[in-house]
Structures are given as C-alpha cells and as structure tokens.
Write a protein that binds this ligand. Structure first.
Ligand code: NAD
Length: 491
C-alpha cells in the first residue's frame, strides 16, 4: 500500500500519479516509493474528513466507545512492534533499539488518550456558578471539527501519534500529512486504524511534499484546526497560510536547548545526560542538549571526560547491533549539518572531537559526534538549531551569568540544570525561559506531561490533558429558568 493514499477508508492512487522515492540513509539505496499527493488529493481527504465529522458516527460516539478503538490501535501497534521498528530504522536511520522505544511510546500514547477519552464522558460538562439566580449555565467540551496534522521526520510514527491519538480521542476527524523524508509508518498507522475498525473518513493519510500537499492542507477552508510540528521557517509559513480563514493552530517548532551544569555535579552523570541529550537520535531532536554551560571550576575535567566518552561511540547502520549513532535522515540534512560545522570553524570555534564524515564509511549520511568549544556568543553555531550530533560547550562563572546565557536565545523549547543543591536547581528551573525544564537529567518525555515551547519554539502544548484540549472547543450553554419575564421590556 505504500504508493497509495488512505482516503475515506480506502487505498487510492494520487491524482498526479507521481511518486516520491524512499531512501535508506545508511546505504543511500532507494527501497520504496510513496505517492506524491497534491492539492486535489488533500481536497478529497478533507472532504472525507468533513463528511465523517458532520454526518458520521465518530464525533457522536461516547468517549468510552472511541476509547475501545484507540485501545485496539495500541494493541495492533504492539503486535507489529518489531516490524514497525524495522521500517522506522530503514526509513529514518535511527538505531533499532531507539525505533523500538519510539513504537512502544506510540502504542502508549494511544493507550493514554484512550483513558482521557473515557474521562471525557465524566468531565465534558462543567457547571458554572452565576451570581444571578434566574440563570443556570454550564460549559461543555466538543471536538473542534476537522483537524489537519503536519509532522516532521525525526520521530515519524511517534509524532503522528502525538496528534492523531488526542484528535481522535476528542472526536475530531482528520487528515495527516507525514514528512516526505519518512512517510512509511504513517501509512502503516492508517492500515492499523482500518483494521481496528475506525470508521471511514475519520483518519485520512496523504503523503506528499511540504510545499504541495502540506501547503494545500494548511490553506484548506474545510480544516478547522491545524497542528504542526517542524522547523521555525515552516511554522511561520503555516501561520500565514492558516491566517486567511483564522484556523485554530498549534505549533511545535525548533530549539537550541541549554544544559547548565554547576560545579558540584557528579561528572559521570553529567556526561551521560549530555551525551544522551545530544547524540540520541543523531541529535535530530527538537529539545536536543545543543548548548552546554559548565561552571568554570568543572569545565576542563568535564570537557576531557565528554571527549573521551564521545570518541567511544559506535557509529553504523541502525540495524547493526551495538550501534549508538546512525546516519542522518537524508542527504539534505547531512549537507546542512556539515555546513553548520564548517561555519563554526570559519567563525573561530574549535573542534574538540568529531567534525567529519567518519573514516571507513563509503556510503550513508554519517557524521561523527562533534563537540565545539571556544565559540563566541554571537556565532552561528551557538545560536542556530543544527539538528545533528553537534554540541557547543562553554563555561560560566556565576549563576546569573549561566541564566543569562541560557535565556539569551530566540528559542525556548527546553532547558536543563544539574546540581546537588536542590534549592538552586528549583530556583534556576523557574528562571529558565523554556516550556520544558529538566533537573539533573535531560530529555525524558512522558505523555502525561505538557510539551511545547516559549518564544519562537512554538504556540500551545501537546501531550497530557493539554494535548487533548488542542482538539476541543469549549461551549457555554446558559439557560433562563424563571417563570416571570426578564424585565427589560415586559414588566
Ligand atoms: P520542516 O519544517 O522542514 O517540515 C515539517 C513538515 O512540514 C513536513 O511534513 C513538510 O513536508 C511540511 N512542510 C514543509 N513546507 C510546508 C509548507 N509550506 N506548508 C505546509 N507544510 C509544509 O521540518 P523537518 O525538517 O521535517 O523537521 C525538523 C524540525 O522540526 C526541527 O526544527 C525540529 O526542531 C522540529 N521539531 C519540533 C518538535 C517539537 O515538539 N517542538 C518535534 C520534532 C521536530
């Protein structure tokens, strides 16, 4: 089914008959192709979602009924875990254990939102206490309508779940457009949803290019809500595209997340969390620990250990055992990251380790894990998102300086702080301007907790109850209960 689109419960060809090649980033070999959906296909998908929303059973079911299907989707994902993880590794390049982790989390996200769908049956009506006795009022929650979801390539199936699971739990019908770089598991999700008995038109999946299918989805007047995850420049375009008919939008964008390490920190723990924060998923993580700030008295020792441990990382194809760092997702990302490294050197920063294509790799988009030091505060690599296995490390002398350096960014997605002093970590966590702050760790993500950024890192929150609220409208219903006239005209 990979060269078909999933529209209105059926697998159909794209109107353009064109396809997009799917490349294994570890070998550079084309191993599949998907349909290049265009504006006409998006129109058909939005119309199917609209019909399912306006006339179909899904928004009219109880939350508990919807939860049964969401749980079935979770179960089928778990049953196909190994197969889906293998697809993800071949498509995206990430090491297989990381793909397995992603797929488990994907199933967990559907399970979690199944519970919230059940809770909706209890919590969807809230009584409002009014000062005027002749009136009674309540607020109810209703699905927002037709949702469009546009996602990136770094966690292909998991990013789909972060949008599809809460949207379906809320009772929305939707169109999902996966990244052209990693389209396969979104199509597998459509297959699974079909098998789980999701009614036709509730979930439609259209593969295609961003400036074609993506743009058509964000501009389509039949879409009530647009949920986007991707880069800041595309997020800005999406806002403009969605502005014409005032769509409800949520944006999860990029980051340049700082990790502040105070001198009393345990060096082993600091090194492990920094490495996990920047080399996990080849650094292609929106919240990646890409700026490390270390208190001056610990800086030299920490840098030495970090370099030693980084040089031990096993690089290779994601399906090889023991590999910690796979290839970058595609040639474009590989070129972008090498270009960023070149810019860093040109602007005077020093490479403590890495910076090259690893020796012995003829094929594949591999780049060594890279540590930069001595970069200036206004340099490109200190300020811009690289989205690769590249970390910048800098020292600081006072807490105030650390907070200033950490917050001196147009991004505000995530930040981390490490110290044995609990009072200090609690204080600093509150002073860091970011939507997610980790204390004594970096990156662990739970579907119960809100996810999203300050500043240019986005608008709104995903996950938890916040993620469900993205797909719900609040309606006030107010009733006049008295027998006598209101009194404005008839006394
Ligand atoms: P991208 O912005 O290039 O593409 C994201 C999606 O948008 C893709 O599906 C693409 O096809 C589509 N798109 C491109 N142009 C479009 C247009 N004009 N109209 C509509 N859709 C369009 O991002 P990417 O390279 O796929 O992903 C990397 C970026 O995503 C990074 O900046 C990263 O930080 C960010 N990201 C953020 C989060 C988060 O939760 N905040 C999570 C993952 C990734």
């Amino acid at each position: 089914m990979t060269n078909k689109l999933y529209i209105n419960g059926q697998w159909v060809g794209s109107k353009s008959n064109r396809t997009i090649k799917v490349v294994n980033p570890a070998t550079e070999v084309v191993f599949d192709e998907v349909a290049a959906g265009n504006a006409e296909d998006i129109d058909a998908a939005v119309k199917a979602a609209r019909k399912a929303f306006d006339k179909g059973p899904w928004p009219r079911m109880t939350g508990t009924e919807r939860a049964t299907i969401l749980r079935k989707i979770a179960m089928l994902i778990n049953q196909r875990l190994q197969q889906l993880a293998a697809i993800e590794t071949r498509d995206n390049g990430k090491p297989l254990p990381e793909s397995q982790w992603d797929i488990e989390d994907t199933a967990g996200t559907f399970e979690y939102y199944a519970s919230l769908a059940e809770d909706l049956d209890e919590s969807c009506e809230e009584i409002i206490h009014l000062p005027e006795q002749r009136f009674s009022s309540c607020a109810i929650k209703e699905p927002v309508g037709v949702a469009g979801a546009i996602i990136p390539w770094n966690y292909p199936m998991l990013m789909a779940a972060w949008k599809v699971a809460p949207a379906l739990a809320a009772g929305c019908c939707m169109v999902l457009k996966p990244s052209e770089a990693t389209p396969l598991t979104a199509l597998a999700l459509a297959e699974i949803a079909h098998e789980a008995g999701l009614p036709a038109g509730v979930l439609n999946v259209v593969t295609g290019l961003g400036n074609d299918a993506g743009q058509a989805l964000s501009e389509h007047p039949g879409v009530d809500k647009l949920a986007f995850t991707g880069s800041v420049p595309t997020g800005s375009k999406i806002m403009q595209q969605a502005a014409r008919d005032i769509k409800n939008i949520s944006l999860e964008l990029g980051g340049k997340s700082p990790f502040v390490v105070f001198a009393d920190s345990d060096i082993d723990k600091a090194v492990e969390w920094i490495m996990f924060g920047i080399f996990w998923n080849q650094g292609q993580v929106c919240s990646a620990t890409s700026r490390v700030l270390v208190e001056k008295s610990l800086y030299a020792a920490l840098l030495k250990r970090l370099v030693e441990e980084t040089q031990k990382i096993t690089i290779g194809a994601g399906d090889k055992e023991g590999v910690l760092l796979g290839p970058l997702v595609n040639k474009m990302q590989y070129d972008k990251v090498l270009d960023a490294i070149k810019k860093g050197v040109e602007q005077g920063a020093k490479i403590a380790t890495g910076g090259q294509r690893p020796v012995g790799f003829e094929k594949g988009y591999f780049i060594e894990p890279t540590i930069f030091t001595d970069m200036s505060e206004d340099s490109w690599i200190w300020n811009e998102e690289i989205f690769g296995p590249v970390v910048c490390i800098k020292s600081f002398e006072t807490e105030e300086e650390a907070i200033h350096l950490a917050n001196d960014s147009r991004f505000g997605l995530a930040a981390a702080v490490m110290s044995k002093d609990k009072e200090r970590t609690e204080r600093v966590a509150r002073l860091l301007r970011a939507g997610i702050v980790w204390i004594n760790c970096s990156q662990p993500t739970f579907c119960e907790a809100p996810w999203g950024g300050y500043k240019q890192s986005g608008i709104g929150r995903e996950l938890g109850q916040w993620g469900l609220n993205n797909y719900l409208e609040t309606k006030q219903i107010t009733r006049f209960d008295a027998d006598e006239p209101w009194g404005w005209y008839i006394k």
